[in-house]
Design a protein around this ligand. Sequence first.
Ligand code: HEM
Length: 495
Amino acid sequence: ARRRRSRLPYPPGPPADPLIGHLRILPDTDSAAEVFHSWSQTYGDVMFLSALGKHVVVLGSQEAATDLLEKRSYKYAGRPNFPIYERLGWKDLLVFLSYGPYFRKQRKMLQAPFEKEKVPAYRHIEEQEACIMLYGLLNKPEEMDRHIHRYPTAIIMELSYGHRVLSEDDGYLRAAEEIFEVLHGSARPSLLDMSPLFENVPAWFPGAWHVKYIAETRPKVIQRMQTPISDVQEQLAAGTAIPSFVSQHFEELSSRGQLTPENLHDVENVAYQIFAGGAETGYHTITTFIACMLLNPEAQQKGHEEILRVVGTGRLPDFTDRDMLPYIDCIVQETERWHPVTPIGIPHLVLEDDEYRGMHIPKGATIIANSRSITWDERHFHDPQSFKPERLLPKPEGAGETFPQSAIFGWGRRVCPGRHLAHDMVWIAIARMLAVFEIQKGRDAAGNIIEPAIEFSTALTSHPKPFPCSLRPRSDAAEQLIKQAYDMHMSNVGP
Ligand code: HEM
């Protein structure tokens, strides 16, 4: 362990074993957010944990997280190591990079095409994919999960690689499913296995199951990163490439004579990062939305009525309607607040010793802003566990509560660079689903309604486990609308 350089005390925390610290009581990934939240009720919103000489500081309020991760972002923009993910081949993915020049290079590359003014250019792709999703949901409602998963994945594939997903058994869709499996599969046994606490886990350690797992999985992961790049290279050579992140970078690099292996490696990693960061998170958010609608039929009804009032039944909502649909925005944001996609955020790393409220925050500590604590903070949200979109409407119609943006999209220099795109993608999907479908509880073989018990499976990101659900078109007109929109888009795209 490092020598203490400060006389100030560490923040408080639960009682620790003198040798192994909090090792035995560290929660697993499924329960970490809730467990940290309940500890914060006792030990406060700046809490200290340690295990085997590693330190973790858990922030349990918007105020503490803003003071440190936003206002002192330069000291808190690091990332701990994610040893298993790194060994799987994700060492140079932006999200896992330590703070420094290489991080800044990649961050700039990734951020540029997704700035606020740039993302409206992608809306036609989102509208098109939303139509394909609605059509799938209409025709094969039993495959709801696949249609929802395909939606953000297809958008991201087109933006990163210029790849259009045209069939259900597209290899790129498989690749996206694999990321999900790897993220969840490798985190499942316990938080320890993905935890920075176990960076140097010895091979004899009981958790060393991962040695075999990595040996088996790594080649697949690497191949998934490389294949789309070779595809684009071939298409560029043949003159058939659809403009994308990769094609644009390749063209620029080759025009400047800079197509070096290092530069290719960066393009490959950033393109894959767009895919890894954007596809799963969108999928989780929309599935969580479906769960919220099942559990809260009044909110669903109000959302639908707002669309009826503003858009009518003769067309699907589009982005030009957005300003007139405040309640739909509230549904999207309340979904994100009700169950954040990253319940403990993504951990940061403290880059310099710091002092806060008379306490010592040590350099090298992992720092977790617990989104769950922030979104459940009764000082900011009344009845925080309930799903109430109107809480986010201004007074007097609503409660005037503020959407906890940073708890959902992160902090300071590490804030999610895809948040503007994410917002558009999720919004149009939700607005269009509410326009044409009624989301209903599933029924068993005897026709009885099944009350859904919504549970989540959590790695870094969190996803509802499968639940019964049925989607019913609101009317014949709604069904026609879905078919027409689909035909129109397919005739634009062509096979
Ligand atoms: C609803 C969808 C999304 C949610 C909830 C979400 C949430 C987050 C969160 C919480 C972080 C961590 C921020 C921090 O460390 O403080 C993050 C990072 C990141 N997100 Fe997103 N994200 C979403 C969509 C996207 C999309 C569409 C992209 C790609 C275009 C993307 C790319 C990234 C990347 C690259 C990082 C790492 C940034 C870094 O380490 O500097 N995300 N996201």
